[in-house]
Write a protein that binds this ligand. Structure first.
Ligand SMILES: Cc1cc2nc3c(=O)[nH]c(=O)nc-3n(C[C@H](O)[C@H](O)[C@H](O)COP(=O)(O)O)c2cc1C
Length: 373
């Protein structure tokens, strides 16, 4: 059932949304053009953005017949944590553009579902408040930019707040060129800010108020190298995952530098346009990581929208997948309840897909599901 809200937008009955495509369509109807351009857009011609989705669908799933799947589990463990399903919320900036409760709504939905949340350095809510709002594990996504002391301060805050890990984003020597943001005049509306970074602005002589352009300028830096990863791994007791890797040799270097694993990601098609779809880069990366260190973690994100996509990712060697935009669509549609609906749709679809593929647990998800010949 749908009707008209006070603001003229169509209100949505979450029960009518049957998959993540439905949630996206409902969100597109509701979001203002500026937020929509920022959330939905990719870099350049958006080739990688499109191929992220398409490449998962190209992988057939060769199901096993006549397997007893009456008792099933999607449970897994990751970084020493027991999780109900192999899914995390990817770090995405500025949740308060989608809903006034922003990251707090996301964190509460994660709490109910037991799904870990990776909080962006560009979050619009203080990291400490997000951790406080959820009983689920929280990781900090970090950019190491011009001023190492900002990264240092954020890591210290993450450790103190009780975060369980860090994802260091490594695909942003500079920002990708996202035409949609220019066309819609992306800016920070009143009351929405990158509060975690802003807190450290005075320490590095950066503006404490004003537009996002300047703050984004010192958030990332083209001078960042493997030495920075080694430094980070040596300066925190938290496990560090390197987010934004597509090459096996880079994955190997990340482990050599002390990383606990990698996130195969192209930033949702927002950085290098032309980077391979993650469904195409994942397999080779996972193989190298497994050979180098069987305990290391491999996550993947980019266009993951269905249980079948998750199954494909696991069969290619990932330990879990991350959801980016679908979480923002859920927030836009219904705040905490909208994010909860996204997580519920995704995990129940994964459970059904497991059964249909003839797998009773994630241990049964092996490479032959993609090609038994
Ligand atoms: C609006 C938006 C903001 C994002 N912000 C960040 C960020 O602050 N840090 C980061 O490492 N990745 C960021 N990402 C990338 C996501 O973590 C993730 O890699 C990507 O969204 C996955 O693809 P998907 O959106 O197709 O699921 C952002 C993505 C979007 C769409």
């Amino acid at each position: 059932m749908t009707g008209r809200g006070d603001d003229g937008s169509r209100s949505v009955d979450l029960a009518d949304l049957l998959d993540l495509t439905d949630v996206e369509a409902a969100a597109l109807e509701r979001l203002d053009p500026m937020t929509l351009g920022y959330y939905a857009g990719g870099a350049g011609e958006e080739r990688t953005l499109r191929s992220n989705r398409a490449a998962w669908a190209e992988l057939d799933l060769w199901h096993r017949a006549l397997v007893d799947v009456s008792t099933r589990s999607t449970a897994t463990s990751l970084l020493g944590l027991d999780l109900p399903a192999p899914v995390l919320v990817a770090p995405t900036a500025l949740h308060r553009l989608a809903h006034p409760d922003g990251e707090l709504a996301t964190a509460r939905a994660c709490s109910d579902a037991g799904v870990p949340m990776v909080v962006s350095s560009l979050a619009s809510t203080l990291l400490e408040d997000v951790v406080e709002a959820t009983s689920a594990p929280v990781l900090l996504q970090l950019y190491v930019g011009r001023h190492r002391e900002v990264a240092e301060a954020l890591v210290e805050r993450a450790e103190r707040a009780g975060c369980v890990g860090i994802q260091l984003t490594v695909d942003t020597p500079v920002w990708g060129e996202r035409h949609r943001e220019h066309r819609t005049g992306f800016h920070l509306p009143d009351g929405v800010d990158v509060v975690n970074l802003r807190r450290h602005s005075p320490d590095v002589g950066a503006p404490t108020t004003g537009g996002i352009g300047e703050i984004l300028g010192w958030t990332v830096s083209p001078t960042i190298t493997w030495d920075d990863l080694s430094w980070l791994c040596g300066s925190t007791r938290l496990p560090v995952l390197t987010k934004g890797v597509c090459r096996p040799d880079d994955a190997r270097r990340a482990l050599d530098a002390g990383a606990a694993g990698v996130v195969v990601s192209n930033h949702g098609g927002r950085q290098l346009d032309g980077a391979p779809a993650t469904a195409r880069s994942l397999g080779a990366v996972a193989e190298v990581v497994r050979d180098a260190d069987p305990a290391a973690v491999v996550l993947v994100d980019g266009g993951v929208r269905t249980g079948a996509d998750a199954l494909r990712a696991l069969a290619l060697g990932a330990h879990a997948v991350q959801l980016g935009r679908p979480i923002l669509w859920g927030l836009a549609v219904g705040g905490q309840a909208g994010v909860a609906r996204v997580l519920e749709l995704f995990t129940s679809d994964l459970d059904r897909t497991l059964a249909l593929a003839g797998c009773a647990s994630l241990d049964d998800v092996t490479a032959d599901l993609l090609d038994p010949r």
